[in-house]
Design a protein around this ligand. Structure first.
Ligand SMILES: [Zn+2]
Length: 146
């Protein structure tokens, strides 16, 4: 058993979080019944793997909140992203960015992977993963520049 150094997921020997993520992306791009949760999959994965720049952590926290709590549709999130942080600022975390605090996530991509068995269970698990990620991501979001 391996432990992911970034998100703490417990992994079997043949998997890393990245290989699971790539499998999920393949499913989502080929089957719309999986693809409907694409925003949540990418956001949860990036948030838990120190993937975002500081600006993007602030942005994605509010996008997750409006989507999960107010039902704001993902097509609009995609449009907002294109004119928002995606247009001017880097989305990805620069290599020299300050280290982020470690968070003991209650749910990781490995949990989704081990429990899902069809698109229905997949979407429910991804939503649950998104909600717990949103709830626990607070320490990663700094509002210094706002
Ligand atoms: Zn991981």
């Amino acid at each position: 058993m391996d432990i992911c150094v970034k998100c703490g997921a417990k992994l079997t020997q043949e998997n890393t979080c990245e290989t699971i993520f790539n499998e999920f992306m393949a499913l989502e791009f080929t089957d719309p019944s999986y693809g409907q949760v694409h925003f949540l999959t990418v956001a949860s994965y990036m948030v838990q793997h120190e993937g975002y720049s500081d600006e993007m952590y602030v942005w994605v926290q509010s996008a997750l909140r409006s989507h999960l709590e107010e039902g704001y549709p993902t097509e609009l999130i995609r449009k907002d992203m294109a004119i928002g942080p995606g247009s001017t600022k880097g989305i990805r975390r620069p290599l020299n960015a300050k280290p982020l605090p470690k968070i003991a996530w209650t749910m990781t991509i490995a949990d989704v992977d081990s429990r899902m068995h069809d698109s229905d269970s997949y979407c429910k698990l991804i939503e649950q993963w998104g909600r717990s990620t949103l709830k626990e991501m607070g320490p990663l979001v700094t509002n210094e520049k706002l």
